[in-house]
Design a protein around this ligand. Structure first.
Ligand SMILES: *Cc1c(COP(=O)(O)O)cnc(C)c1O
Length: 485
């Protein structure tokens, strides 16, 4: 990273971005009242709200990256051939470089997004194993859904530090004592062990290299394959560099190589640290334990890929997407990019905390989480009033979009008892897109959140008027906002 040196050798208070705006889009102006009307029309469901009316869209960091001018330029070189388009060998070579894979030493399956790769892996694996349990430091919701849809069980072994209020550098770690006991008891039914980096379900918290090594050692001891869910591998490597003393002087590239040397294979959504708007992949190392234990799987996966995505050399992507990915995977491990990325999320989170808004700390690499139970503490809002949904609904009128991941998204309606079954966690997530916003945009969003926080006693309940009893209801439901009596 460049040293910020002035003649006095004192660092300046503010740090410039690592990039400037090569292309700019102006917003169409909308009033509070116009947005309010649109929010009502959308049933106060954030997913149904028109994006063009927003000023700061923190719904997701997935596929929302602003491309660099280099990526845009490469896009024009995209080759739309059906077989072995010119970008494909470049992408394979970039995977080797970024992840430290041996040339020709892995099976590469390209998909249009991460969950398609997961679906391939678990639907084919599900045919080969019975009553399986797949442990993880925290399965992402699509990973869990794909495991469960194929009659296997997903189990989360969150670090005990995750729930604690005290600072801990790697709250995303797997509880390795718990893993040891699962492998001891259920080892015969465990086809592989998974680690998500960073731990999205666990607040976007990073996983230490030491923890990855321990998990690998346990897998080796019990002869179990080890896979990574690698969506935010570069952000995770950045945290390792910052927080794990031994690796402070190592390059990000080297840390990434060390991380990936430990696994048998990985699934990845390239819509995150692939710095692209679309893409996913499954990689299985040749000669790995996984390959030895399931020798028929590679052919079954190829067939699955061809049936669902097309020829393996484009895998559900256009030749243009593939060129964008090559550049994205090259850029994402640059330290100036990562320093900027992670510190932007940190500055945003720290400002929210300074304003008194209850947020999870330390901040993860891609998002800041608002603790909804704390937010409404001392008001009449109950969890089943869906205060988190009401907060996101009200913010739409300010041009700010967040995502409720709590009582509504993770809870469900029990038709028998006619009651809500409430989840353990109750958050609203502010996910920060990559290379898209300047810090003022995020500070504006924080100011709006603070205004609603100051008026929390006056915030309404969100009453589902449609879709309460549907699966994946947060994508489909409609609400009315009703004053708290
Ligand atoms: C986004 C994500 C996925 C799924 O990827 P998609 O590209 O959205 O299908 C899987 N795991 C994690 C940790 C993710 O963040």
């Amino acid at each position: 990273m460049e040293k910020n040196s002035s003649p006095t050798k004192k660092p300046q208070k503010h740090r410039p971005r690592a990039y400037d705006n090569a292309l700019v889009r102006f917003y169409k102006p909308f009033s509070y009242a116009e947005r309010r009307k649109a929010a009502e029309k959308a049933g106060f469901n954030v997913f149904q709200f028109p994006a063009e009316m927003l000023l700061v869209d923190l719904l997701s960091d997935s596929g929302t990256t602003t491309l660099t001018n280099e990526q845009m330029a490469e896009m024009f070189l995209g080759d739309e051939a059906y077989g072995t388009n010119a970008g494909y060998p470049k992408l394979v070579a970039q995977f080797e470089k970024t992840f430290g894979l041996k040339k020709g030493g892995f099976e590469f399956f390209l998909f249009h997004q991460g969950r398609a790769a997961e679906h391939a892996l678990f639907s084919q694996l599900g045919k080969l194993v019975r009553s399986a349990v797949i442990p993880s430091n925290g399965h992402f919701d699509t990973t869990r859904a794909n495991i469960e849809a194929n009659s296997m069980g997903a189990c989360n072994l969150f670090s005990k530090k995750l729930a604690g209020k005290t600072y801990s550098p790697f709250k995303g770690d797997m509880d390795t004592d718990a893993l040891a006991s699962v492998l001891k008891k259920e080892g015969a039914h465990t086809p592989l062990v998974y680690t998500t980096i960073t731990n999205n379900t666990g607040g976007g918290q990073p996983v230490s290299l030491e923890n990855l090594r321990r998990v690998r050692a346990l897998c080796t001891k019990y002869k179990k394959p080890f896979f990574l869910d690698a969506c935010r591998f570069a952000e995770n490597a950045w945290f390792i560099k910052q927080r794990e003393k031994k690796h402070r002087t190592a390059s990000i590239q080297k840390i990434v190589h060390e991380m990936f040397a430990l696994c048998d294979g990985f699934t990845i959504s390239l819509k995150k640290d692939g710095l692209s708007n679309m893409g996913g992949a499954l990689v299985i190392k040749k000669g790995s334990l996984f390959m030895k234990q399931f020798p028929s799987l590679v052919n079954a996966l190829r067939d699955h890929q061809i049936l669902t995505e097309g020829h393996p050399t484009y895998g559900g992507l256009t030749g243009r997407d593939i060129m964008v990915l090559v550049k994205g995977l090259e850029t994402v491990v640059k330290e100036e990019y990562l320093a900027n990325r992670v510190s932007q999320v940190e500055t945003f989170g720290a400002y929210l905390a300074e304003l008194g808004v209850p947020v999870l700390t330390p901040f993860g690499g891609h998002a800041v989480y608002i603790d909804v139970d704390e937010f409404f503490k001392g008001t009449k809002m109950r969890r089943e009033d869906f205060g988190g949904v009401a907060l996101t609904a009200e913010l739409l009128s300010y041009g700010v979009r967040l995502c409720e991941l709590g009582a509504f998204a993770f809870g469900y309606y029990d038709k028998k008892t006619k009651k809500e079954v409430l989840p353990e966690k109750n958050f609203v997530r502010c996910a920060v897109p990559r290379n898209k916003y300047e810090i003022e945009d995020l500070l504006y969003a924080a100011d709006c959140i603070k205004e609603l926080y100051d008026n929390r006693k006056k915030l309404p309940r969100a009453v589902p008027v449609y879709g309460r009893d549907l699966s994946l209801r947060h994508f489909k439901a409609r609400f009315e906002l009703v004053p708290l009596s």
